[in-house]
Design a protein around this ligand. Sequence first.
Ligand code: ADP
Ligand code: MG
Length: 246
Amino acid sequence: MTAILKIENLVKRFGGLVATDHVSLEVMPGEIHALIGPNGAGKSTLINQLCGELQPNEGAIHLAGRDITHLPVPARVDLGLGRTFQITSLLDEMTVRDNIGMAVQVREGGNFRIWDALRRRRAIWDETDRLLAGCQLADRADVVVADLSHGEKKQLELLVAMAMQPRLLLLDEPMAGLGHLESQQMIGMLRDIRKEAAILLVEHDMEAVFALADRISVLVYGRIIAQGSVDEIRNDPAVREAYLGA
Ligand code: ADP
Ligand code: MG
């Protein structure tokens, strides 16, 4: 089986600081791969190289067998790379349904003419309803984004990302700022999403990581210090010392 994501010996330097120090990892289809590590370990720097916002100094990134190391952001999106942006990228004055519908339209090719748009409208809203079905936001489809709670905005962000039909979803701390119930809901959504996309999950909430991850990579000072299953990582003395504590 070909890995959806294959990172080989990736290096990113900021002046004298090696923020990504020969990082290698693979994410297989259908897998949730968690990336954990202390603040400043280089998790966001790694994600930003994967989505094309930062150029690595060395190494290679393959998406579904294609070398994407030097491709610009839109080309990576076309090849199936998805990510959540900041909540601020949601369209505040539009409803939940319209935000998702817009994202479906963008995927379908944003520049089509008005008559095409009308013909395809049915398919777009069917797809929007499919994405909304079964998640808590379904009841809030006609609410404008400005009136959503923080947790609801995070859920919408995820649905907007899924509207682009990614093969791999990059998530940088999706649980941040969520209460317990909202976290549980987010875990449920991610479990559903994994049927459609593999996930690289950067997360500090260990309850969520242990509930979701198939494999975990532990990053400390830019280096992967351990890689393995939940049980292997939980019981790894070096990981406990460097990150988990006790
Ligand atoms: P994490 O997401 O794991 O908390 P980051 O990837 O944000 O860590 O940061 C890793 C290291 O790289 C930190 O020491 C941070 O200060 C540094 N860093 C991140 N971005 C930049 C940048 N654009 N310029 C210089 N240093 C940076
Ligand atoms: Mg970060």
